[in-house]
Structures are given as structure tokens and as C-alpha cells.
Ligand binder design. Structure first.
Ligand code: WTA
Length: 656
């Protein structure tokens, strides 16, 4: 692989991707059995969702969600505020769990789980119903009720999904924090959301080692002002200190409940969860999703895009700490009644064939993973794949960043055996579910393109001023009409919500991505407009990392940019000025650890360069474009005449 191919946000690779001409139509066999099996069917849905939006979604909602009480208006839209299925009462946990038991499908497997050490558990929908009810009963005992925020910092065990669903069952709001974040990050999120309960485990397994989650949580809780109780799952069996009056064991307070509590009928717009994500400022935003619209969007996009069938064994390899895990491990597939694989650990433990071993043993039919994982598999070598029979697979998915054509081809031929369509799904934490993707029965795919919008998604490409542009040329990607799964706000910050997402083009949602639409109506995502970088499919704001660096007493100024990386898509490159302290390797190591401690391992800079001064424009802005070139080892191009300190540039280049 060439170094630029992994990074679609760099101009070199945009050309590369956009000149992709190969077309892969679905096989007649796949099309014949597909849920959406003709272009006409898709076009009719698109037209209905566009021209008769309310009728379209009324029918969808009545058919695909359970209603305790009917809704009135389908959509009330006063940009940027949307209400869907107004006045209706439903419950996302009921839709995910109880509905299947009520319909006589209680014996169907909901979760096939495998822990990293190889332990296994299988839960039917009926099992899940009992476990979720027990957890909800424990919440009541711990003083948690409707509207309270519950922070979840857990390994990928069934209890993580159970805890999320238990919140939904009673109208508590979950805020899942990926179990790689630092104590600082947990405390920030707890405080921002005024979380009342924290759920964690003694530890988690990662590459054969135990990571001490409870220790990190204890440190976080010392700084979390609102958290009253901490519920602890025993996973690894290690000794952990329990704080009297605050900490309780899962097996003491959850497992001992009767498991009878019914799902509470909740208003359609009841907050379902908050999920923190990076934006263009240093402070992560708590993206708010509500009950009915999100639930419907997750379900229908899951069924359309993954061509869901009752006998599928579906595996999304994401962690529930990210939106992909929320929508495509829990709410989408479970509302559809799917059997979901869930895996706790690393893809290369005990060996690099762990995923393929899982696919073979559990006969996985649909696999949804990220380009960064695909690139790692390529690097590890085909021999790990060749050992296994992957013939159960019928469909492959990709999410998190653009999948470069080389990785696409490998995924297609090596994993998919040339027979599985690939759905390259474009979406965001804010959109709640997939927005653009091939429909596997009908859409001829082009490697590197997320192809076309799903029904109900109306993309619009605009220029700097918000005017519509020639979409072949490309520009900022907006969505011009509301859709059921859209975010409803930023927790505690209504102004930022409007300013960030709806101020560029009045009334339209600004995605933050650049995109281009080709002559066939296929969309190509060209990377972020803002200061967000995408490291292994995870969103980070450069400013967040800069703030962490500057909080070190010996760092004066910091500038962080993404640089192309074969494996991660983008790596983090930092440029700093210091107080003059000796800047040896020890110091750089200490700084990396400092960022790790402030945000988490995923934000640790890959390289840090110390410089006498950062290149700035005359108005004092750091010239990031230039630093990106330096970080990528590219020749400096363009106009550098406004540089205040040219000397610093030559020094940066020398230090490479
Ligand atoms: C990027 C993840 C190209 C994009 C679901 C978006 C993609 C950000 C794709 C959202 C894709 C995600 N092709 N780019 N198929 N999928 N992205 O909120 O820049 O973690 O804005 O949601 O990831 O990241 P988030």
C-alpha cells in the first residue's frame, strides 16, 4: 500500500479514489433473495420518503415499533428542532426485547457472546428480558429513575448491552464511555451530564492482560460531583477496593432481583442516550438521541443495509462505547430480532486469526467492521485468513472512515470470496444511523464510494458561503430535511447545537464532511472540514489533544495535525514549543503519557516535535496546512508568504 492511499482527506488520495472506475454489481443470486431487490423499489421508497414524508414514516413507525399509545403528528420541524411521532408512547427496550417474547420468538438467540479468554455465553430474547428487568429493578433500588443519567464504562460483555437496555426500560439516559478513556475524560463526562450512577467492572481482558477498569473509575469518581452509586460487575476476578456506601456488586444487587419489571411506556421524545463525541473545539459534545425516531431509524437502516434475514448470524465488531455499537449491536439488530455476535477482546489474541476463527465457529453470515481493522488484517498476512472456512459469510460492511480501494479489494476477494457485496456505510454519531450506503441487492458498488442516500436522506453539497455548488466539484455536505434518527441536541448546550450544525446553511444540518457526487449520483466522502481527525475510525479533535499537551507545565504552545498512516488512516502529529526544559526522549515519552492520562490511549500522539516557534500567519493563526505537509513529509506547497517565522519551518523539516 502507498502511504497516501489510507487517507482520503489528503488531496493526493482524493484523486486516486475519485478516478476509481471499477463497478461491482450484486450477483443475480443475491438480488433474487434480497429484501430490496429492484432499483424501482428503492426509487419508489426514496420518492415516497421525499414527497410524502409524513405518510411514509407513519406507516414505517406503525409497522416496525410497538406503540403503547398512538402518536399524532409524524414530524414537527421548526429547524433545527425536530419532534417525531409526537405524543406517542413506546419503549426502545420493549421493542428490542419484550416484543420478540410477546410474539413467540422468546427462544431465539439474541446474543452469542465470546470473551477474550474463550468463555462463551448465549442469551435468548427471553433470557435477555429477565436479565434486563433485573438490572432495571436494581436501578430502582439504587435510586435511579426516569430522566437520571447512568454512565457506563464496561468491557464488551452482555452486561454492557443489558445495562443500556435496562436504562431504556425505565427511561433513564445512558451515557456509555468507551473503556479506553482516562479517569479525567470519565469525570468530565460524568460532570457534564450530572450522572447519578456509574456502572463498571473490576477489569477487562485485552490481549491476555487485565486492564484495571475499577481503579480508573475510582480516580474518576473522586472528581465526579454528581455520582452517588457505583455498580461493579465481576469480570476478571481481581481484587478491587469497594467504597462503603457507594460501591455495590452486580451479583449482589442485580442477580438477586425477581426480573419482572415491565417496560415503562415513554413519550416518543424521551431522551434515550447521550454519547460524547469530538467536535471542532476541545470539549467533547454530549450528542442527544431520543426514543422513537432513533429506534425506528436504527431498525430500518439495519434491515435495509444489511438485508436482514431471520437466520442471519450478524456480527458488528465495534465496541458499544461508540455509536456503531449503540445502533448496530444493540438498538437496530435487536429491534429487528436478530441474533448478534458479541466479542470482548482484541482481533489478534491469542493469534491474528481470532476474527476468522469466530466467523468459522459461529457461522457468521454478516460481518460489519472498520477499514482500520481491514488494513491490519492485510498487514498480518493472508495465512491467518486461509486457515479458516469463511463460506458462511454472505455480506460485508464497513464503517468509520472511507475504505481505500486497495483495502476494499482485499476485503472483497479475501474475506468475501468475491461473492459478498460490501456495504460502505457513511454516517455519524449525530445522524443516529446509516445515511448513505449501497443496498446490497441492487447497488453496483464502486470501491471507495458510500454510493447513495437511504430513503429519507436528502444530501446537499454547498460552497463556503452556503450556496449550492456543482456537486461533481464537491463541497460541504449538508442534509436538507429532517430524518427520524437525527440528533436532538447537545446535552446542556442548546446554543452550540444551533451554531455547530445549523448556522452555515439555515435550516440544514451541516455534517462537517466534504463530499462530492459523481455523474452516476454516487457520493464520495472527502474528509472533514473542521479540526477533527479520524484515528482508526475514532473521532478526535486536534484541539482536544492540544489542550492536553498544553496542560503539561513545560509545554507553552502546541499544534496537532493528522498525518496519513497506513494502518490507522490518520496518525497524530504534534508540534510543540517548551519552556526550555531538556527535550530528550524521556520528556517526549512523559508527554505522550500525559496525553494518555488526560484523554486516553487513543489520543496519544504518534510523534511529537519540539520547535523554537510554530509557524503562524500575520494574524497569529497557526498554519495547520503547512504543518500537515511537514508531518506528512511532503514538499511545502502553496503560498507561505504570510509566515511570520519562516525559520521555524526549515527547522521543523530538519528535525524529521
Ligand atoms: C467519518 C461513525 C467516509 C466521517 C459512524 C464522519 C466516514 C465521521 C465513513 C463520523 C465512511 C464514517 N466513509 N467517512 N463510510 N463513516 N466516516 O461520529 O468523517 O464516530 O463525519 O460515527 O467518520 O464519525 P463517528
Amino acid at each position: 500500500m502507498t502511504s497516501h492511499s489510507a487517507d482520503t482527506s489528503q488531496s493526493g488520495s482524493i484523486d486516486h479514489v475519485l478516478h476509481e472506475r471499477r463497478l461491482f454489481p450484486p450477483s443475480a443470486e443475491f438480488t433474487k433473495n434480497a429484501r430490496i431487490s429492484s432499483v424501482q423499489q428503492y426509487e419508489d421508497m426514496v420518492a415516497a420518503a421525499r414527497d410524502t414524508r409524513d405518510d411514509f414514516w407513519r406507516k414505517e413507525a406503525l409497522e416496525h415499533l410497538h406503540w403503547f399509545e398512538p402518536f399524532g403528528d409524524v414530524c414537527q420541524w421548526e429547524a433545527p428542532h425536530a419532534k417525531w411521532f409526537v405524543g406517542g408512547k413506546t419503549n426502545a427496550c420493549y421493542n428490542c426485547v419484550d416484543a420478540h417474547v410477546a410474539a413467540g420468538r422468546g427462544d431465539k438467540l439474541a446474543i452469542i457472546w465470546e470473551g477474550e479468554p474463550g468463555d462463551q455465553r448465549k442469551l435468548t430474547y427471553r433470557d435477555l428480558q429477565i436479565e434486563v428487568a433485573k438490572c432495571a429493578e436494581a436501578f430502582a433500588q439504587l435510586g435511579v429513575g426516569q430522566g437520571d443519567v447512568v454512565s457506563i464504562y464496561m468491557p464488551m460483555t452482555p452486561e454492557l448491552a443489558i445495562a443500556m437496555l435496562a436504562c431504556a426500560r425505565i427511561g433513564a439516559i445512558h451515557s456509555v464511555i468507551f473503556a479506553g478513556f482516562s479517569a479525567e475524560s470519565i469525570a468530565d463526562r460524568n460532570n457534564d451530564a450530572s450522572a447519578k450512577l456509574m456502572i463498571t467492572s473490576d477489569g477487562l481482558y485485552r490481549r491476555g492482560k487485565v486492564l484495571p477498569l475499577k481503579e480508573t473509575v475510582d480516580e474518576a469518581l473522586a472528581k465526579s460531583t454528581s455520582v452517588e452509586k457505583c455498580l461493579v460487575l465481576r469480570r476478571t476476578g481481581g481484587e478491587v477496593p469497594m467504597t462503603e456506601g457507594r460501591d455495590v456488586w452486580w451479583h449482589d444487587v442485580v442477580d438477586t432481583q425477581p426480573g419482572e419489571l415491565a417496560a415503562v411506556p415513554l413519550d416518543s421524545e424521551t431522551p434515550l442516550f447521550i454519547l460524547y463525541t469530538s467536535g471542532s473545539t476541545g470539549k467533547p459534545k454530549g450528542i442527544l438521541h431520543t426514543t422513537a425516531g432513533y429506534n425506528l431509524w436504527a431498525r430500518r437502516t439495519f434491515e435495509w443495509v444489511f438485508d436482514y434475514r431471520d437466520d442471519d448470524i450478524y456480527w458488528c465488531t465495534a465496541d458499544c462505547g461508540w455509536i456503531t455499537g449503540h445502533s448496530y449491536i444493540v438498538y437496530g439488530p435487536m429491534t429487528a430480532g436478530a441474533t448478534c455476535m458479541m466479542y470482548e477482546g482484541a482481533p489478534n489474541h491469542p493469534a491474528e486469526d481470532r476474527f476468522w476463527d469466530l466467523v468459522e465457529r459461529h457461522k457468521v453470515t454478516v460481518l460489519y467492521t472498520a477499514p482500520t481493522a481491514v488494513r491490519a488484517f492485510i498487514k498480518w498476512g493472508d495465512e491467518h485468513v486461509d486457515k479458516h472456512d469463511l463460506s458462511s459469510l454472505r455480506l460485508l460492511g464497513s464503517v468509520g472512515e472511507g475504505i481505500n480501494p486497495e483495502a476494499w479489494m482485499w476485503y472483497h476477494s479475501k474475506i468475501g470470496g468475491g461473492r459478498c457485496p460490501i456495504v460502505d456505510t457513511w454516517w455519524q454519531t449525530e445522524t443516529g444511523g446509516i445515511m448513505m450506503s449501497p443496498l446490497p441487492g441492487i447497488t453496483p458498488t464502486k470501491p471507495g464510494s458510500c454510493t447513495k442516500p437511504l430513503p429519507g436522506v436528502i444530501p446537499n453539497i454547498v460552497d463556503e458561503l452556503g450556496n449550492e455548488v456543482d456537486s461533481e466539484h464537491g463541497g460541504k455536505l449538508c442534509i436538507s430535511e429532517p430524518w427520524p434518527g437525527m440528533l436532538r441536541g447537545i446535552w446542556g448546550d442548546p446554543e452550540r447545537f444551533v451554531e455547530q450544525y445549523f448556522s452555515d446553511v439555515p435550516g440544514q444540518y451541516l455534517t462537517g464532511d466534504n463530499a462530492r457526487c459523481d455523474r452516476d449520483g454516487y457520493y464520495w466522502i472527502m474528509g472533514r472540514i473542521d479540526d477533527v481527525i479520524n484515528v482508526s475510525g475514532h473521532r478526535l479533535s486536534t484541539i482536544e489533544v492540544e489542550s492536553a499537551l498544553v496542560s503539561h507545565p513545560h509545554v507553552c504552545e502546541a499544534a496537532v495535525v493528522g498525518r496519513p498512516d497506513d494502518l490507522k488512516g490518520q496518525a497524530i502529529a504534534a508540534f510543540i514549543t517548551t519552556t526550555g526544559r531538556d527535550t530528550d526522549d524521556e520528556f517526549l515519552k512523559e508527554l505522550k503519557m500525559h496525553v494518555r492520562k488526560q484523554i486516553g490511549a487513543l489520543a496519544q500522539p504518534d510523534d511529537i516535535r519540539v520547535t523554537a516557534a510554530l509557524p503562524k500567519t500575520r494574524s497569529g493563526k497557526i498554519m495547520r496546512r503547512l504543518l500537515r505537509d511537514v508531518a506528512a513529509g511532503r514538499e511545502l506547497v502553496g503560498d507561505t508568504s504570510t509566515l511570520e517565522d519562516l525559520a521555524s519551518i526549515s527547522q521543523l523539516q530538519e528535525s524529521e
